[in-house]
Write a protein that binds this ligand. Structure first.
Ligand code: TYD
Length: 195
């Protein structure tokens, strides 16, 4: 049996994570691998709580950090670890780097958020789609308006992601370009992993 693997796709809002994560699933299936697409926050009990909660912005970033991290450990136990053990490749749309970047930026305390994720499995490949925050928001919101505050938050989140790239935790791809160019770079990383 071929070995299972965990691939994660990260980035700020509007980077194209979901579109590209789904494309990675098709790319690997064409190469004969058994692949599962999954995402965080999950559709499990803790993930549902987060989904109902975050749009209303009532949560405290400390509470968010705890819940996103708990959702992840539950995700690992419930889906990721058992499927990897069966030889499947898991493609996760967001993973622990989202909590480190988003809640780490809000709290200005990466260390504590990393500690909460100490028991999370290190992925075999972590792809970071790097996009300019204003371009990301324009893509996500379309004609709707976004505030300078939204841009400022994403700038801070991106800064933490770039620190993680510098520390070689994440493989960065310039996602300001056309989808074809982005996918060409992604395929090189995937080929290197599965060859
Ligand atoms: P996501 O599902 O990627 O957004 P959408 O599919 O609607 O574009 O993520 C939802 C929001 O949750 C997003 O703004 C990022 C945030 N988030 C965190 O702040 N911390 C985390 O650990 C995760 C997984 C997501």
């Amino acid at each position: 049996m071929r070995e299972g693997a965990l691939i994660v796709v990260e980035g700020i809002d509007g980077a194209g994570k979901t579109l590209n994560a789904r494309w990675i699933v098709r790319y690997l299936r064409r190469r004969g691998r058994e692949v599962i697409y999954t995402k965080e926050p999950t559709d499990g009990a803790i993930g549902r709580l987060l989904r109902d909660w975050t749009p209303r912005r009532v949560a405290d970033p400390r509470v968010d950090a705890l819940l996103f991290s708990a959702d992840r450990l539950h995700h690992l136990r419930r889906v990721i670890e058992p499927e990897i053990a069966k030889g499947k490749v898991i493609v996760s749309d967001r993973y622990m780097y989202s909590t480190i970047a988003y809640q780490g930026a809000m709290l200005k305390d990466r260390g504590w958020v990393e500690e909460l994720n100490r028991f999370a499995r290190i992925p075999d490949l972590s792809i970071y789609l790097d996009v300019d925050p204003e371009l990301g928001l324009r893509r996500k919101m379309g004609v709707r308006r976004y505030s300078e505050e939204d841009v400022e938050i994403l700038r801070r989140v991106r800064k933490v992601y770039l620190e993680l790239v510098n520390e070689e935790e994440l493989e960065s791809i310039d996602a300001n370009r056309d989808l074809d160019q982005v996918r060409e770079d992604i395929s090189k990383l995937i080929d290197r992993l599965i060859s």
